[in-house]
Every structure is written in C-alpha cells, then in structure tokens.
Design a protein around this ligand. Structure first.
Ligand code: FE
Length: 218
C-alpha cells in the first residue's frame, strides 16, 4: 500500500530483450533519429508532417482497436466475462493480436477501484489494442510518479475521482500487458457498439483518463 492510497502490483520480474539501461536510446531509436535528421536536412520530410502521422497512429488508428474491445465488453456481458477470464483469447477473437500483445490482462474499473497502467522500467504497452505509446507514457516522470503519487498524476490529467475511490497501479512487463476497461458512462443505454466505441479514449484504457460522455465534444 502506498502512502496516498495507491497500490502497486504485481512487482514481477521485469525481463527485457532490449538492454539494461532504459535511459539511453537503443540502436533502433538512434538509427531512426539519424534518418529523420538526414531526411529533414535534405528537405525530404517535414517534421510537422511526421508528427501528424505519428499522432494518427498514436491516437486515431491504434487505440480504436482497444475502443472496440471495450465497447463490446460494455454491450455483451458474456464477452466481458471472457475478457476478465482470458483477455488474450477474447481480444484475439476480434483479430487484435501480435507483438507486445501476446499476454493481455483486462482490469475493469468499478465503483470502488480505478486502474492505471504504467511501465516503471521502460515503455511496455499493448500495441495491438492501443497502438504506439504516447511520449508521456515513456517519460521518466510518469513512470516514477504513477507509482508514488497516482492521485497527483490523475489530477495532472484532469481526472478527478470520487472521494474514497482506490487507485490500483499495474506495472506492465515484457510478459504481461494491461488494458483498463473503463466504466460505461451513464446515459449510453441506447447506443450500439460503434457509438459506444467512440466514447472510449486511449487514455481511458491506460487509466489516465475517463471515457467521454454522450454529447461531449470529441
Ligand atoms: Fe517495459
């Protein structure tokens, strides 16, 4: 139990194929940066256009898979149960499989508990359902503060939880990737899966946000 009511678990062996020192760029990152600098210098790519592309994969395409998983869980109690029992299989049934998503665990938010996901050592993230991790997810401040001060991090993200709600922080590893299943917003009884999925934000599946409510701006 942490001082401010957060709980972190499981602190499992964090076994990585990608080097010991997470603060340094790895071989691929160095090559990508070198390539990007060269292409920019030569005028072949516009860094602003690259940012738009990356943003698209981070926020628009990648996380839509996870949003469909959540919307199905909200609509179909049988699927929700399956997701809690065996998230890897339930998600694979929707064809969202692949690297960094081999062992999925779904953690549902409830009236009592809000879940938040971090990778304290680097940036483990469920790519098949959420796409590329956002920059802040990989940042040292998020990785350390999510554990020490989850309520403070949530406040920074503009998330205010009801008094007394517990925050559970899950530390991703090379083995296990977590998907937060946010609570279905009120007033969504008449919505179909497609409409529900549009309420599910990337951050709500990491636990640093809440789903949209019907009628709120996208
Ligand atoms: Fe990691």
């Amino acid at each position: 139990m942490l001082a401010n009511g957060g709980i972190i678990f499981p602190m499992s062996q964090h076994d990585h194929p990608h080097g010991e020192d997470h603060s340094e760029l790895d071989e691929t990152e160095i090559r990508v940066r070198a390539l990007q600098s060269l292409l920019t210098q030569k005028g072949y790519v516009d860094p602003a256009a690259l940012d738009v592309l990356i943003d698209t994969y981070q926020r628009r395409i990648g996380p839509r898979n996870g949003a469909r998983v959540v919307a199905r869980a909200w609509s179909d109690p049988g699927f929700f149960d399956w997701l809690l029992r065996d998230a890897t299989a339930a998600i694979a049934s929707m064809h969202y499989t692949g690297r960094q998503g081999e062992h999925m665990v779904a953690v549902p938010n409830t009236d009592e508990v809000h879940n938040m996901v971090v990778c304290t050592l680097c940036s483990c993230y469920p790519w098949p359902v959420l796409g590329l991790p956002p920059v802040w997810y990989k940042s040292a401040p998020y990785r350390s503060r999510a554990v020490r001060d989850p309520h403070g991090v949530l406040a920074d993200f503009g998330v205010v939880l009801p008094e007394g709600k517990q925050v559970r922080v899950w530390d991703s590893t090379a083995e296990v990737r977590y998907l937060v299943i946010p609570q279905r917003p009120a007033g969504t009884e008449g919505l179909d899966e497609q409409q529900l999925s549009e309420l599910v934000t990337r951050d709500s599946m990491i636990g640093t946000g809440l789903p949209r409510t019907p009628g709120s701006a996208a």
